[in-house]
Write a protein that binds this ligand. Structure first.
Ligand code: FBP
Length: 550
């Protein structure tokens, strides 16, 4: 494979480990834990792995003699920069336990585990992927691991390869599955540990114990670079409004971080729209007012950042989606048999409550249809397929026409559309993500060596230099609550949405009026891998503000 000059230089980068992981370690046990909510239900569902203590690694003076161990690894869900480094850290970690330890990678996500498709990850393979973006070392997939026959089928290959620990690198849904698998293997005495690693560019897998998921830092830096470039272009030509949709599923962490980095004229935060009980028209009016106020100053240009999950947070649409989820879970076959798209639309309208049917009918045809189609295997609406940026700009154009007729707007409005998502998911990890991911993988090996199961690899104190990071393990059940999925109440890891009382949102809210009217763009430029620490090694602004407020 031909390599770019940067790839070659980057291969030589040695990720920095927390100092505590550089020698022999011992696991120090904290107090028993509780789930974040619904304690009784979660305890009943996880009798063998509920209430475990938090673990913290500390230096040990005498390294314990160890035996070789075989480990399996799965990449699950959407790509996130740094996944390869988790695997490299894991490989180096188990080799440190014993040089005869072996690592097997299951191909194309959890599906490869169930179908027994794997490769052995040897040193030459691992060395090809150090500090690179992507998940192509073994591929990823979205098969949901949830049924006992899948767990049993997977166990066959684990036994065949003498694998004693399985590492699942995934987001909230995949780590929920890791917890269910850990519980099952413990219950049947399978002799296999299951450990999770917090992955997702969306930044929604975080809590008091997991400060951030990996990939968020790099992806938001890539998006901020291109948003900055678009802003400089629009400030040069002064003739376009750019509507930029950003990935991130339900949560608006990505949009908020990019706003903090680039200072656009408008950034919508879905969680705020929901808390203010706003309608789509309210959001449109807010953008149109900003366009009009800038036009009055002679500025017929600007930028609008839109989180991809916005539509789900409009309270009326949220209610509609909840009813659609239950309806489609209960009557999937009837829906499929209803006929073509127009007939299915009529069938849906006939089944919904009057209030939700009215919301459904009020949405543009394409958006309404997407809400009834293609849930991913975890039951999520595929919001990345909804063109919210076009929907909003069309509605803004209409609103401006009305405002012009009323004498409240004089200006020109020409809109361009962008969707930044896939562009950032496989970028070469920033120094932060390269170090963080390597540490998460290496730490997972330490958790294996500590003999635990049902834990998530945790590396904390992330705004400090990486040598000062704190390493340990968090019981996954500690992050769980009960939520309705596909018409049933299920134990799942609680998704972290943007907190409106949190420091990152507060900072944004205190400055956005200035950014709206005045042109305060910041141009962050591309990720830098070499150079002064203030350019190369800064964690995300979200993480920095969150830590400042502690
Ligand atoms: P994960 O939760 O799996 O990390 O998803 C990340 C993500 O990039 C979302 O932001 C996006 O909505 C989704 O994946 C897109 O899914 P797909 O890769 O299947 O098109």
């Amino acid at each position: 494979m031909k390599k770019s000059a940067l790839q070659k230089a980057r291969a030589a980068y040695q990720p920095k480990l927390p100092i505590v992981l550089t020698g022999a370690v011992k696991a120090v046990t904290g107090n028993p834990t509780e789930s974040v909510a619904d304690q009784d239900e979660i305890k009943k569902l996880f009798p063998n792995t509920y209430g475990l203590p938090e673990l913290k690694f500390e230096k040990n003076s005498t390294p314990a003699p160890n035996k070789p161990i075989n480990v399996g690894v799965i990449l699950s869900g959407g790509q996130a920069p740094g996944g390869h480094n988790v695997i490299c850290g894991l490989f180096d970690g188990i080799k440190k336990i014993h040089r005869d330890s072996r690592l097997f990678g299951f191909l194309m996500g959890p599906g490869g585990f169930v179908d027994h498709k794997y490769i052995e990850l040897t040193a030459p393979i691992i060395d090809e992927y150090r500090n690179t973006g992507g998940f192509d070392i073994i591929g990823s997939g979205r098969t949901k691991l949830e049924k006992e026959d899948q767990f049993d089928k997977g166990l066959e290959i684990l036994k065949e390869l003498d694998i004693k620990a399985l590492i699942i690198i995934g987001g909230d849904d995949s780590n929920t599955n890791a917890a269910v698998l850990a519980e099952y293997y413990k219950k049947i005495n399978a002799g296999v540990q299951v450990i999770g690693c917090p992955k997702t560019i969306d930044g929604d897998l975080k809590n008091d114990q997991i400060e951030t998921s990996f990939g968020f830092d790099t992806a938001t830096k890539v998006y901020s670079e291109v948003i900055g470039n678009v802003q400089r272009d629009c400030n040069s030509a002064k003739k376009y409004w750019h509507f930029i949709k950003l990935m991130g599923r339900s949560a608006s962490h990505i949009a908020l971080e990019c706003a903090l980095q680039t200072q656009p004229n408008v950034c919508i935060i879905s969680e705020e729209v929901e808390s203010k009980n706003q309608t789509l028209q309210d959001v449109v009016n807010y953008i149109a007012d900003t366009v009009a106020r800038r036009a009055a100053e002679g500025n017929n240009f600007g930028t609008v950042l839109i989180p991809e999950g916005l539509i789900e947070f409009i309270p009326a649409v949220k209610k509609l989606i909840a009813e659609l989820n239950d309806l489609l879970a209960a009557k999937a076959e009837e829906f499929a048999a209803a006929g073509d798209a127009a007939e299915q639309r009529q069938w849906v309208i006939g089944q919904l409550s009057a209030e939700n049917a009215a919301t459904y009918e009020s949405l543009p045809l394409g958006v309404a249809r997407q809400l009834t189609l293609d849930r991913d295997p975890h039951g999520n609406v595929q919001v990345s397929l909804i063109e919210t940026e076009k929907l909003l700009s069309e509605m803004v154009a209409k609103r401006l026409q009305v405002m012009a007729e009323e004498g409240n707007y004089v200006g020109k409005f020409a809109a361009l559309h962008h969707f930044f998502g896939y562009e950032g998911r496989c970028a070469d990890p920033s120094n932060f993500d390269a170090d963080y991911c390597y540490a998460l993988g290496f730490n997972a090996a330490c958790l294996i060596n500590a003999g635990v199961t049902g834990y998530m690899s945790s590396v904390r104190n992330l705004v400090k230099p990486s040598v000062q990071w704190i390493a340990g393990g968090i019981p996954i059940t500690m992050m769980m609550n009960m939520e309705r999925r596909n018409g049933e109440l299920k134990p799942v890891i609680q998704k972290a949405l943007v907190r409106l009382d949190g420091a990152p949102f507060q900072k944004f809210a205190s400055q956005r009026a200035d950014w709206a009217l005045n042109t305060c763009y910041v141009y962050p430029g591309p990720i830098q891998y070499f150079g002064p620490a203030e350019v190369c090694d800064q964690p995300s602004m979200t993480l920095r503000y969150e830590h400042q407020s502690k």
